[in-house]
Design a protein around this ligand. Structure first.
Ligand code: FAD
Length: 407
C-alpha cells in the first residue's frame, strides 16, 4: 500500500508520524511545497521573530521513520477516480491520500511586495530583518497574528501602531465585551492601537514622490501613517485552490468538507488541519479550526482511520474541544471550546487586577468554552469540564479563588 500526504506542515507530518506509531509499514510519502525541512508555525511569531531561534524545524529523523519527504514540490491537481495526484514534478499514484495543505495568509487588495505577511518561515525571517530598535512598524489587523507580531516588535524596541477595522481587537474570535478587555494591553506595552480604522492602501517607497523610504499606510479616514515596515495580519484561507476540478467537496469558505471520520467526498482521501472543516457533533456546527492542537489531534485520528481494519461504520469520530493559545504582551492567553452568540458569558476574576482572569461561556449550567488569561490551571480544569459537559455553579465559577470543578 502507498499512502501519500500532501502538505508538510504540522497536520501532514504528524499524520505520517502517527501512521508509523500506529504500525503502518507500507510506502509513505509527504509532499511539501516549501523548500525547507518541515517546521512548526507557532514559534514563527514568537522566538523566530525575536531572534531567539533560527528556525522551528520538527526534530524528526524522516529516514529512520521511512518517510519519503518530497520537498519543494507542489500538488497541482487530483484525479480521485484514478487515485493519481498531479504535481509540478510529475504524477504520483496512491492507495490512500491525506490532504493537509493548511492555509494561506490573506493579503490586502493591491498589497505592495514590500509589505509583510506572517505565515511561513521565509515571512518570519524577512520580517525579523526589519524589526530594528526605533523602526516604525504598522501592523494591519489586531487578531492573533497581529497581536503577536506587535508584541515581538515592541520587545525589539520598534515603534508600533496597530490598525484594526473592527471596533475592538480580536473581534473575529471574542465577543466585544471580552475583546475590549485586551485593549489596555496595547497601551501598557506602548503600542498605539487604532480600532474602527480601515486601511485604504499601502504605498511603498518606490511609489512615493518624496523618497523617504519605507511605506505610507493610507487610512480611510484620510490619515497617512509613515512606516519603515508594514505587516498584514488579516486572516488566512484554506489552501485548496489546487483541488479545483477534482470533485472533492469544499465548504462555503473553501475548506475541504470532511465527515466526522475526516473522510473527504472521494474514496480513500482524508483531510486534516487548517485546510479542512469537520462537523462538530458536540457544538452542532461545521468547524474550521486554524490552530495547532487541531492539526495534531486531527492527524492522529486520520492516521487511525486510514488504517482502520473494521467496518466503516465503526470508524472513530473526530469531535474535539478545540484548543489554542497565544502569547500577547507578556500574557499567556488560552481558549478551549467554541462559543456562540446565545451562550451566557461569565467573567472569572478581575481583568484589571494581577493574577490573571478568565471568561466562561455557559449553555444552561454547562460550560461550552473558556478563555484563560495567565491562568493555565483554569484552562486544564475548565477544558475537562467542557469535554465532560459537567454543570457548574455560577458563583463558584466566577470566583478565581475556587478551582474550576464540578458543582
Ligand atoms: P500548515 O502549517 O499551513 O501546513 C501546510 C503545508 O502545506 C505548508 O507547509 C504548505 O507549504 C503546504 N502546501 C500548501 N499547498 C500545497 C500544495 N499544493 N502542495 C504541496 N504542499 C502544499 N496556533 C496555536 O494554537 N497557537 C499559536 O500560538 C499559534 N501561533 C501561530 C503563529 C503563526 C505565525 C502562524 C502562521 C500560525 C500559528 N498558529 C498557532 C496556527 C497553527 O500553526 C496552524 O493551525 C497549524 O500550522 C496548521 O497546520 P497545517 O499542517 O494544517 O497547515
Amino acid at each position: 500500500m502507498r499512502i501519500v500526504v500532501v502538505g508538510a506542515g504540522m497536520a501532514g507530518v504528524q499524520t505520517a508520524v502517527a501512521l508509523r506509531e500506529q504500525g503502518y509499514d507500507g510506502e509513505l510519502a509527504v509532499l511539501g511545497a516549501e523548500p525547507h525541512l518541515p517546521y512548526d508555525r507557532p514559534p514563527l511569531s514568537k522566538d523566530v521573530l525575536l531572534g531567539k531561534a533560527e528556525n522551528s524545524r520538527f526534530e524528526l529523523d524522516y529516514g529512520a521513520l521511512g518517510i519519503d519527504l518530497l520537498l519543494d514540490r507542489s500538488a497541482t491537481g487530483l484525479d480521485p477516480d484514478g487515485r493519481r495526484l498531479r504535481t509540478d514534478a510529475g504524477e504520483l499514484d496512491y492507495d490512500r491520500l491525506v490532504l493537509a495543505t493548511g492555509a494561506r495568509a490573506v493579503a490586502l487588495p493591491g498589497q505592495p511586495a514590500a509589505a509583510h505577511l506572517l505565515r511561513t518561515h521565509d515571512d518570519a525571517v524577512a520580517l525579523r530583518a526589519v524589526l530594528r530598535p526605533g523602526a516604525r512598524l504598522v501592523v494591519v489587523g489586531a487578531g492573533w497574528i497581529g497581536a503577536e507580531a506587535a508584541t515581538a516588535a515592541r520587545t525589539l524596541g520598534c515603534e508600533v501602531t496597530v490598525v484594526e477595522a473592527a471596533p475592538v481587537p480580536l473581534a473575529g474570535a471574542l465577543p466585544a465585551e471580552v475583546a475590549e478587555l485586551t485593549r489596555r494591553w496595547y497601551a501598557e506595552a506602548g503600542v498605539e492601537l487604532r480600532t474602527s480604522t480601515a486601511v485604504g492602501g499601502i504605498v511603498d517607497s518606490e511609489q512615493r514622490l518624496e523618497g523617504t523610504g519605507g511605506s505610507a499606510v493610507l487610512l480611510t479616514d484620510g490619515t497617512e501613517l509613515d512606516a519603515d515596515a508594514v505587516v498584514v495580519g488579516i486572516g488566512a484561507r484554506p489552501d485548496t485552490g489546487w483541488l479545483a476540478g477534482s470533485g472533492i467537496n469544499l465548504d462555503d469558505r473553501g475548506a475541504v468538507a470532511v465527515d466526522a471520520a475526516l473522510r473527504t467526498s472521494a474514496a480513500g482521501v482524508f483531510a486534516v488541519g487548517d485546510c479542512a472543516s469537520f462537523p462538530s457533533a458536540r457544538y452542532g456546527v461545521r468547524l474550521t479550526v486554524h490552530h495547532w492542537d487541531n492539526a495534531l489531534q486531527g492527524a492522529r485520528l486520520a492516521a487511525a482511520n486510514l488504517l482502520h481494519p473494521g467496518p466503516e461504520a465503526d470508524l472513530p469520530r473526530y469531535d474535539p474541544v478545540p484548543y489554542f493559545w497565544s502569547e500577547q504582551f507578556g500574557r499567556m492567553v488560552q481558549y478551549a471550546g467554541h462559543h456562540s452568540p446565545g451562550d451566557e458569558l461569565l467573567l472569572r476574576g478581575d481583568p484589571e487586577a494581577d493574577g490573571g482572569w478568565g471568561a466562561l461561556w455557559l449553555r444552561g449550567e454547562v460550560p461550552v468554552a473558556l478563555l484563560a488569561v495567565d491562568r493555565p490551571r483554569d484552562l486544564v480544569q475548565g477544558r475537562r469540564l467542557i469535554e465532560r459537559g459537567t454543570p457548574l455553579d455560577r458563583s463558584r465559577a466566577a470566583d478565581p479563588a475556587v478551582p474550576l470543578k464540578a458543582a
